[in-house]
Design a protein around this ligand. Structure first.
Ligand code: NLE
Ligand code: FE2
Length: 325
């Protein structure tokens, strides 16, 4: 292929860079970050556990093989995996009424009523995806592990959430630095079924399409301090809405204690805050409300350098590009 053909085929140019235009293009957006893997990281609780590593491989293969439009394969979880879920589920049940935001609590109840959230078994991604679809139009895709920020954020533009399907090691049930399905299910799913939160998530995704590397870094930092580790005000109290807090009770208690710093959520400063993903966070950002976070985010995104605007068409599942200059 010569350069001209490449340009024509992939529409690669600075003004018109490649990014997924249709939900099926997400089949090409599953580049993994090699971080915290049980095969590579000696500190991973599964590093010395051959059986665990083999299990992870089997589950990863499902994600690699997955294509747009297919049902998400069902995983018959083992007794140990269900036991790990059970332990985390029970601690979350205990802390939710006091520390989770009302939106999370509302959907959590609904998930229990529909018998999707039960203490003795891990829900299947397909049933949760169907639940989300009924509530906000979000759907799930299985992911083999941690994706690059660009790939991960781009899915959100289509109201698609890339979800891991493997389970953390039984030896560290209450905190893991890498996402696993317990984190996805208990942390992310309730709020992705909330309309206002779903909208906020999608807008972060839309802002990421065709963004520069520097902007992707800022957007993923905002994602980190909101969707993963966000706190919000509720009257005079501060509650958790971040998924990384709601799936790890140790950090949840830490985040609401006086051992860390709370700052008001403000996209321009939050986007520049350095963060690490090994330990509990030293700083959390507190939103006034989802609506307020969304307003502030919109104003901040409007100042981004992208020479075009994008709009999602849910009827065609396609992103439309509008010239804005
Ligand atoms: N620390 C979280 C947990 O243990 O559930 C996972 C965070 C993934 C970014
Ligand atoms: Fe997450």
């Amino acid at each position: 292929l010569d350069g001209v053909t490449l340009l024509a085929d992939n529409s690669v140019s600075i003004k018109d860079p490649w990014f997924p235009r249709h939900a099926s293009d997400l089949d090409n957006c599953n580049h993994l970050m090699t971080k915290y893997e049980p095969d590579l990281d000696m500190n991973h609780p599964g590093f010395a556990d051959k059986e665990y590593r083999a299990r992870r491989k089997v589950i990863a293969e499902i994600a690699f093989a997955y294509k747009y439009g297919e049902p998400i394969p069902c995983i018959p979880y083992t007794e140990t995996e269900n036991e790990t879920w059970s332990r985390v589920f029970i601690t979350v049940l205990d802390l939710v009424p006091k520390h989770a935001c009302v939106e999370y609590q509302r959907v959590f109840k609904k998930l229990q009523e529909e018998r999707i959230f039960e203490s003795h078994r891990i829900p299947q991604l397909q049933e949760v995806s169907d639940f989300l679809k009924r509530n906000t139009g979000f759907t799930l895709r299985p992911a083999a592990g941690l994706l690059t920020a660009r790939d991960f954020l781009s899915s959100l533009a289509f109201r698609v959430f890339q979800s891991t399907q493997y389970v953390r090691h039984i030896n560290s049930p209450y905190h893991t630095p890498e996402p696993d399905c317990i984190h996805e299910l208990l942390g992310h799913m309730p709020l992705l079924a909330d309309p206002s939160f779903a909208q906020f998530s999608q807008e972060i995704g839309l802002a990421s399409l065709g963004a520069s590397d520097e902007e992707i870094e800022k957007l993923s930092t905002i994602y980190w301090f909101t969707i993963e580790f966000g706190l919000c005000k509720e009257g005079t109290e501060v509650k958790a809405y971040g998924a990384g807090l709601l799936s790890a009770y140790g950090e949840l208690l830490h985040a609401l204690s006086d051992k860390c710093e709370h700052r008001p959520f403000d996209p321009s400063t939050t986007a520049l805050q350095k963060y690490q993903d090994q330990e509990y966070q030293p700083i959390y950002f507190v939103a006034e409300s989802f609506e307020d976070a969304k307003e502030k985010f919109r104003r901040w995104v409007a100042a981004m350098s992208r020479p075009f605007e994008v709009r999602y068409n849910p009827h065609t599942q396609r992103v439309e590009v509008l010239d804005s200059v």
